[in-house]
Ligand binder design. Structure first.
Ligand SMILES: [Zn+2]
Length: 151
């Protein structure tokens, strides 16, 4: 484990605590070179439910955090939304999926959560995402969605 202060790889574990409820092991480490102390956390990787696209069980794929983030970033382009807010939104959806014990989740549910999250941040970004996600092609359905979002 490389020291975050001086960059050498010689650290010693000075304390270990296990948070069994959270499935975490925290290790307090001290750099043998500069004496800097820091903590590392080991966590069990939770298996996320598979995402079912368009309600078609044949189209299942693993949840792709980067893809979700890219979609949101695209909708937020040039809008006054901080990267931290986007990261929080993505993190919130990931946490929701980690808590969900079912084997599958519909892409509709994820999309709806993004739309709900963006609505609180920026209406334009919310609409942009909704238009791509809901595949709105004609102005009538865009108008319907705007009315629904603003309601
Ligand atoms: Zn060091």
């Amino acid at each position: 484990m490389r020291c975050t202060c001086c960059g050498t790889g010689v650290t010693r574990v000075v304390d270990t605590t296990t948070h069994s409820a959270r499935g975490e092991v925290r290790r307090r480490r001290q750099c043998q070179n500069c004496g800097y102390r820091f903590t590392t956390i080991e966590r069990i990787r939770v298996e996320l439910p598979l995402v079912v696209k368009d309600g078609t069980p044949a189209r299942r794929e693993p949840f792709d955090r980067d893809k979700l983030k890219q979609g949101i970033e695209l909708a937020c382009a040039k809008r006054p939304i901080s990267q931290a807010a986007i990261d929080r939104l993505v993190g919130g959806i990931e946490a929701y999926l980690e808590e969900d014990s079912s084997a599958e989740v519909s892409s509709q549910i994820i999309g709806q959560r993004v739309i709900d999250g963006l609505r609180d941040l920026d209406e334009v970004a919310c609409l942009r995402y909704a238009m791509v996600f809901l595949n709105l092609e004609d102005l009538v359905s865009v108008r319907c969605e705007i009315d629904r979002l603003l309601a």
